[in-house]
Design a protein around this ligand. Structure first.
Ligand SMILES: [Ca+2]
Ligand SMILES: [Ca+2]
Length: 525
């Protein structure tokens, strides 16, 4: 008899065993039998395995044994199987990896009633969730309440599917710190085509979760080291839990908090800064599914907070049209957790003013400069708490790495006539280039007065060899204009290096001019 081992993930043990009805069956029948004979030898479930024993014709051919020998060997294996089976099933049960509830559209159409599941992940079980008891934490020795705990709370699930980012977020959170990550699975409750039902369940889920946080507190957990990351409805849900705990929870990170049914409501009925010691909020779809007004100590509005680059602009793009802007909030946080690159954010009253370069001063934050978006914004916590509520802006690329590189651009012209137009700047490095088009509005260029602009490049060119400039009026019917530039100065917003200058250059409309920049002189000119 030939047999071989097939490794099956431990959690699949729940589908096994498929015991044969009796011991007397032919070799051909045996081919289809899979028997879980031994499993989960290691303490870490994900790396352990069930050994699947398979026997069959392939074995017969390769071994060349007689049919009688084959049956004898097979019986031996079956007895072994029967002996080991109870142990196997028990071990498999004990170390089963719990998955996020996977529902489908039919559940969402019928509607689901609330069931809150808490899946614990730690550095010891980073990819294998443990279902945590709501009433007895002593069952889970790996849940060390003296460590910080991060709750991740999803939002509305109109199709019932698990969120796509669960594993990534868990993995990155655990890579950052040795703490408890609890994935709050309220898919039963959030999976409903009727959004209003899911909103109703938000409050109920919060009551449920509050009881759990209270139990953690009783067991000695410090609420100051509890962090809740709430997506959409999950953001308000976090706020309700926070309010129930009188704002003593350390931090709430809200990822595009839901707007519908919450916009215009009082602070008790939505997330607000009093719900936790520190509340940071990201707005990515404030014109549709998200919330427009600031809700935290710091509110981030990437790309203005309404529409995100790379997201479909028309309904013809299908489902992505509805969720792309909203879901971008999670991808942005993942990028910040990953430390892919850092996006500096600028306090400003409007996105338009930010794009015009009117809000690049970071003096109020001292030596640290303006805050950096994302997970590490707590480094600015003290000053942000002092400032009250800070509304900030930044721009991103259409995909990861999302961060852009900003330059302050100052242009002085000596044209007699007032000129209005757009500037495109290209930075050339060694074998790469980056482009920024400043076109959110026509900039005004007036003789001997300085025009300030913000240029945002998709990548950071470490050593700029050449610069190209193009001036356009956006009106092809107009006679060709020129812009006589007395000086253009480019200042990198992050690197403390001498700004790049070019003195005396004429830009003919729509003609690109390329030059080698020089370090600016110290004088104001
Ligand atoms: Ca509140
Ligand atoms: Ca939008």
């Amino acid at each position: 008899m030939f047999c071989f081992l097939d490794f099956v993930q431990c959690h699949q043990c729940k589908h096994l065993p498929l015991l044969p009805a009796g011991l007397k069956y032919s070799a051909r029948e045996a081919t289809s039998q899979r028997v879980c004979v031994f499993a989960c030898a290691s303490s870490i479930c994900s790396t352990s395995a069930c050994w699947t024993l398979m026997t069959g014709e392939r074995g017969e051919q390769s071994s060349g044994h007689s049919g009688e020998d084959h049956l004898q060997s097979m019986f031996l294996w079956q007895y072994l199987t029967l002996l080991l089976l109870p142990i196997t099933v028990q071990i498999c049960k004990a170390q089963r990896c719990e998955e996020f509830t996977d529902l489908d559209l039919s559940h969402a159409i019928i509607g689901t009633s609330l069931k809150l599941r808490l899946l614990l992940y730690t550095r010891h079980n980073a990819t294998c969730g443990t279902l945590v008891s709501h009433s007895d934490l002593s069952k889970h020795p790996q849940f060390n309440v003296s460590r910080p705990t991060t709750f991740v709370i999803h939002g509305f699930r109109p199709t019932g599917s698990p969120p796509a980012w669960i594993q990534n977020l868990t993995k990155l959170l655990l890579a950052r710190a040795d703490h408890n990550v609890i994935m709050v699975d309220w898919n039963h409750g959030a999976a409903n085509v009727n959004y209003f039902k899911a909103v109703e369940n938000t409050r109920k889920a919060a009551e449920n979760l509050t009881a759990f946080v209270e139990m953690m507190k009783e067991r000695g957990a410090s609420l100051g080291s509890v962090h809740m990351i709430g997506v959409s409805l999950g953001a308000h849900l976090s706020g309700f839990v926070g309010a129930n705990m009188n704002g003593s929870i350390g931090r709430i990170t809200a990822l595009d908090p839901a707007g519908p049914q919450f916009t215009g409501s009082s602070p008790e009925n939505r997330l607000d800064p009093s719900d936790a010691q520190f509340v940071d909020v990201l707005h990515t779809d404030m014109d549709a599914l998200g919330f427009r007004e600031p809700l935290g100590h710091i509110d981030f509005y990437p790309n203005g907070g309404a529409d995100q680059p790379g997201c479909p602009k028309t309904v013809f793009s299908g489902g992505a049209y509805f969720k792309c802007d909203h879901q971008r909030s999670v991808w942005l946080l993942l990028d910040s957790l990953n430390r892919t690159c850092a996006s500096r954010v600028y306090p400003c009253s409007s996105y338009k003013d930010f794009l015009s370069g009117d809000c690049l001063s970071c003096d109020r934050f001292g030596a640290a400069g303006c805050p950096v978006f994302g997970y590490d914004v707590t480094e600015w916590k003290d000053v942000l708490l002092r400032l009250g509520q800070t509304k900030t802006f930044f721009t991103t690329n259409a995909k990861s790495p999302f961060c852009m590189t900003g330059y302050r651009v100052e242009v002085m012209v000596w044209n007699k006539e007032l000129r209005f137009g757009y500037i495109t700047i290209k930075l050339h490095g060694k074998g790469e280039e980056a482009v920024a088009t400043i076109d959110h509005k026509a900039a005004e260029f007036k003789k001997y007065s300085e025009t300030r602009l913000l240029a945002q490049f998709d990548r950071d060119i470490q050593s700029v060899k050449k610069v190209s400039l193009k001036f356009s009026t956006g009106n092809p019917l107009k006679a060709k204009q020129k812009l006589s530039v007395l000086r253009i100065r480019l200042t990198h917003l992050e690197r403390k290096e001498r700004p790049l200058c070019r003195y005396d250059v004429v830009l003919q409309q729509n003609d690109e001019v390329t030059f080698k920049p020089i370090p600016c002189e110290d004088s104001n000119f």
